[in-house]
Design a protein around this ligand. Structure first.
Ligand code: ADP
Ligand code: MG
Length: 332
């Protein structure tokens, strides 16, 4: 099978939103009147971001999910994406499953594949997503990293640490009962982009970011861009890990699975969570609760922004914890 047959067979579908989709030199796409485009790229490299033997359905899902997560963080509505793909060889069953995972998520978020590139090479997937955000009275409604203010509450969606727990379990660095691995693995391989929450937070959140490299590092970006500091109840986050409930249940039978400190490390520095972290003025508390409800997304307050530079982590007794948690950096 040649390059063009492959594209036609697995990726080409009739254009819907785009004026021109796959098949010409460029796709043609327009945001709705009164909106601006929000654009983001993410690359997934074998051996770096996923194991060579990961199931292709999950890989198709995750490749788009991590990109949709960036749109969610900006409060952008997904429109379209491009897919640049390097494949070592044409493996049709693999491609069929990859495309199935990709398009299932694309359809769920009404996000159309409008173009890309296909070459031979080490397995590598690069997606660029396009979303739209309204501009109101000359001001963008995009949620950005620089809007956090002294006194704002800090929130996270969902649970943190599950993906890193799965990675550590799959690498044999930690052990846990099978039920814990199954729950964590789903979160590592098929994260849920928080698009509905991002949209619901337009005009409510003062700043937002999606958590891809671990909370400490990603919250750090908001603090730096907004020139503020923060206090975070670290142990509130530990309770937040989806697998924690199951793990503590298993604890009763087989002794502790992970120490408190191990749970903290997963939640604070785990990475690959694709949850949203956002800030909002205390005057918006009811609106945040409402946004969580309309988007059917669990949200919890984990701390406050303050004017003093730096990040303070508190334990359950309110004692200061040493912040020795490193966030993920490809070149560190
Ligand atoms: P060009 O030579 O102009 O770069 P290509 O021959 O690489 O174009 O691609 C032909 C068409 O197929 C283009 O419209 C391109 O956007 C699309 N395309 C190529 N690879 C992919 C892919 N993996 N997914 C979706 N569309 C693709
Ligand atoms: Mg080309």
């Amino acid at each position: 099978m040649g390059e063009f047959d492959l594209i036609t067979r697995y990726f080409k579908r009739p254009a819907r939103r785009a004026a021109v989709g796959i098949g010409d030199d460029c796709a043609l796409l327009q945001a709705a009147p009164g909106n601006q485009l929000a654009i983001s790229s993410d690359m997934l490299v074998e051996g770096r971001h996923f194991f060579a033997d990961v199931d292709p359905y999950s890989l198709g899902h995750k490749s788009l999910a991590v990109n949709l997560s960036d749109l969610a963080a900006c409060g952008a509505k997904p429109l379209a994406f491009t897919l640049a793909l390097a494949l070592p060889k044409v493996n049709e069953p693999w491609l069929a499953e990859f495309a199935r995972g990709l398009f299932e998520l694309a359809d769920a978020y009404d996000c159309e594949l409008i173009g890309g590139d296909t070459t031979a090479g080490p397995l590598n997937i690069c997606i660029t997503v396009f979303g739209e955000v309204p501009v109101s009275q000359g001001r963008s409604l995009a949620l950005l990293r620089d809007g956090a203010r002294d006194g704002d509450d800090i929130y996270v969606s969902g649970t943190l640490g599950d993906a890193r727990l799965a990675l550590n379990l799959l690498q044999g660095k930690l052990t846990a009962p099978p039920a814990v691995l199954a729950a964590a693995r789903k979160r590592l391989e098929q994260p849920t982009p928080r698009v509905a929450l991002g949209l619901a937070l337009r005009g409510i959140a003062s700043a937002a970011i999606d958590l891809s490299d671990g909370l400490i590092g990603d919250l750090g970006h908001i603090l730096e861009c907004s020139r503020v500091g923060a206090t975070v109840q670290a142990d509130a986050l530990v309770q937040c890990i989806a697998c924690y409930a199951e793990a503590t249940q298993a604890d009763r039978q087989s002794g502790p699975v992970l120490s408190k400190e191990q749970w903290r490390t997963l939640a604070l520095a785990g990475g690959d969570d694709y949850e949203l972290l956002f800030t909002a003025s205390p005057s918006q508390r009811a609106a945040v609760t409402q946004a969580a409800q309309t988007s059917q997304t669990p949200v919890r307050c984990i701390g406050q922004i303050n004017a003093n530079a730096g990040l303070q982590l508190l334990d359950v007794q309110g004692q200061l914890l040493a912040n020795t948690y490193a966030s993920f950096d490809h070149f560190a």
